[in-house]
Design a protein around this ligand. Structure first.
Ligand SMILES: NC(=O)c1ccc[n+]([C@@H]2O[C@H](COP(=O)([O-])OP(=O)(O)OC[C@H]3O[C@@H](n4cnc5c(N)ncnc54)[C@H](OP(=O)(O)O)[C@@H]3O)[C@@H](O)[C@H]2O)c1
Length: 424
C-alpha cells in the first residue's frame, strides 16, 4: 500500500487557502484493507509505538504510558546522535528536566528515525516485530522551529506521516495519534494564507496540512487522531521545569515583565501543563473509540495573568506602543563599552517584539481560543493555570529573575509542596 500527495497539491492548497485542493492518493482502498486486519480486543492492554520520547511533550507521554495498566508494551523510537546510544539519550533528556521514568520491562528503546524512508531506520527484524504487534502509534516528534519554511516540514513531517499511515494499515490494525498544534488554527481566511510572520509561518502551515491529512485519513477508514495543544508548560512531574525561553509564551511573559503591564483582552490565553496534555493524549489514544480531534487546553485570562505577576492591565494599543518605545534602536541605548553586543541586542529585541507582538495579536489569540473552545471541554488540569504558570516562572532562571519582585509578593507557598502534600 502506498499513500502519497498528488503532485504539489499541498502547496496549492496553502497558496489558495483551500483544503479541498489538497489531494491524497492511496494505491488501494484503505477501509476494506484496514477492516480485514487483526486488532486488539476491547479490554486488551495495548502495545504502543512512541515517537519523540526525548522531547518535552514525548517524555511526559512516555511517563503516562508507563504508569497505565492498559499498556502492555511501549516501543520508543529514538535516533542515535553522535556516540550516544538511544537509551542514554532518553535518560539524559528526562534527567535534564528532572523527570523520573518508572523502571519497567514494558519499555523497549529502539534505534530508529521516523524520517528515514527505510522502515523508520529500524532493522528488518525490529520493523517486522513492530508491524505485527503495535496497536497504537503515538507521534510526539518533530521540529518546532518557527523560522523553517514549509518545504522543510514537508519532508520532515508530512511525508513521514504518510508512511506512518501506510504502516498503520499493514499487517495489524493500528490507530495513529499525532501531536499537532493550535498554531494551525491561525489560518481562517484567504488573507491569512498570504501572510508570513511568526504565527503565519512554515510550522503553522505544516500543522494546517497535518489537520487536513488527519481528516482525510478518517474519511478513508484509518483510525487517526489529532491533538491540538496550545503553549505546553512545565508540570509537577518536572518540578515545573520546562524549556523556558525556547517557548514564545515565556518570551511574552518576559517582555510583559519588563513593563510590568499586560494588555486587556476579551478572550483568555490557552495553555496546558505537559502532564495534563499527556493524560488527555493517552486517555483518547487508548480508548476503544478515539476521537478525531482533541484540543487539550486550559485557559487563563489576562486579568488573572496580571494578578499572578502583580502587573497592570492596559489597552492593547497602549501596551504595544510602550513595548515599541522600550525596545527600539536608539543611539541613547547604545553602549560604547560593548558596541557590538549592545547593538545586536537592540536589533534582536526590536525585531523580536515586532514579530511576536504583531499588530493583531489579540485577534490571533482569540481565533485560536475560540477554535479550541468550540470543541470538547478542556482537559482538567491538576492545578489552575495561574498556579502552574506561577510555579514554572519561579523555576525558570531568566523568567524567575525578571519577575522576581512580583513573585515574591505573589501567591506565596509553592504549588508543588501543596500538591505533594495532597498526593501523600
Ligand atoms: N511544546 C509546545 O509548546 C508545543 C505546543 C503545541 C504543539 N507541540 C507539538 O508537540 C510535538 C513535540 O514538541 P516538543 O515541545 O516536545 O518538542 P521538542 O522538545 O523539541 O522535542 C522534539 C522531539 O522530536 C524529535 N525530532 C525533532 N526533529 C526530528 C527529526 N528531524 N527526526 C527525528 N526526530 C526528530 C526530537 O528527537 P531528538 O531528541 O532525536 O532530536 C524530540 O524527541 C511537536 O510536534 C510540536 O509541534 C508542542
Amino acid at each position: 500500500m502506498k499513500i502519497s500527495i498528488v503532485g504539489q497539491s499541498d502547496y496549492l492548497a496553502l497558496l489558495l487557502g483551500n483544503s479541498k485542493l489538497l489531494k491524497i492518493r492511496a494505491s488501494e482502498p484503505i477501509a476494506p484493507r484496514v477492516n480485514s486486519l487483526p486488532r486488539a480486543g476491547a479490554n486488551e492492554p495495548r502495545t504502543v509505538l512512541l515517537l519523540g520520547a526525548t522531547g518535552f511533550v514525548g517524555m511526559h507521554v512516555l511517563h503516562e504510558l508507563l504508569r497505565r495498566p492498559d499498556v502492555a508494551k511501549v516501543y520508543a523510537l529514538v535516533r542515535k546522535k553522535r556516540a550516544a546510544s538511544p537509551e542514554s539519550r532518553l535518560a539524559v533528556a528526562t534527567r535534564s528536566f528532572g523527570l523520573t521514568l518508572e523502571k519497567s520491562d514494558r519499555l523497549e528503546v529502539l534505534d530508529g528515525d521516523f524520517t528515514a524512508n527505510d522502515h523508520f531506520g529500524l532493522s528488518d527484524e525490529n520493523y517486522a516485530r513492530l508491524r505485527g504487534s503495535v496497536d497504537v502509534v503515538l507521534n510526539a516528534a518533530g521540529a518546532t522551529n518557527h523560522t523553517f519554511p514549509y518545504a522543510y516540514f514537508r519532508s520532515e513531517t508530512i511525508i513521514p506521516l504518510l508512511w506512518m499511515m501506510e504502516f498503520c494499515a499493514t499487517e495489524r490494525h493500528k490507530s495513529l495519534h499525532f501531536i499537532g498544534s493550535m498554531n494551525g488554527e491561525v489560518f481562517r481566511t484567504m488573507r491569512d494564507f498570504m501572510r508570513i510572520g511568526f504565527y503565519h509561518c512554515g510550522y503553522s502551515r505544516m500543522k494546517w496540512i497535518v489537520k487536513h491529512l488527519a481528516i482525510w485519513a478518517r474519511e478513508q477508514g484509518l483510525s487517526a487522531s489529532l491533538y491540538l495543544p496550545p503553549h505546553v508548560l512545565g508540570s509537577s512531574l518536572t518540578a515545573f521545569k520546562d524549556p523556558g525561553l525556547r517557548y514564545s509564551f515565556w518570551h511574552m511573559i518576559w517582555y510583559s515583565s519588563q513593563m510590568r503591564k499586560i494588555w486587556e483582552a476579551e478572550d483568555p490565553v490557552p495553555v496546558i501543563s505537559a502532564d495534563a496534555l499527556a493524560r488527555e493524549v493517552c486517555d483518547n489514544a487508548l480508548s476503544a473509540t478515539p476521537r478525531l480531534f482533541a484540543y487539550p487546553s486550559a485557559y487563563i485570562s489576562m486579568a488573572d495573568l496580571a494578578q499572578t505577576f502583580g502587573w497592570t492591565v492596559v489597552p492593547w494599543k497602549e501596551f504595544r506602543a510602550e513595548l515599541k518605545r522600550t525596545f527600539s534602536i536608539s543611539f541613547k541605548k547604545w553602549n560604547p563599552k560593548e558596541p557590538f553586543s549592545s547593538l545586536f541586542d537592540m536589533f534582536l529585541h526590536t525585531f523580536f517584539t515586532r514579530s511576536l507582538f504583531t499588530n493583531d495579536l489579540p485577534e490571533i489569540i482569540s481565533t485560536i481560543t475560540r477554535a479550541a473552545q468550540r470543541s470538547e471541554p478542556a482537559a482538567a488540569t491538576e492545578l489552575p493555570p495561574s498556579r502552574f504558570i506561577h510555579e514554572c516562572a519561579r523555576k525558570n532562571y531568566v523568567i524567575g529573575r525578571s519577575v522576581a519582585g512580583e513573585l515574591a509578593t505573589g501567591q506565596g507557598v509553592t504549588a508543588l509542596k501543596e500538591l505533594t502534600k495532597e498526593r501523600s
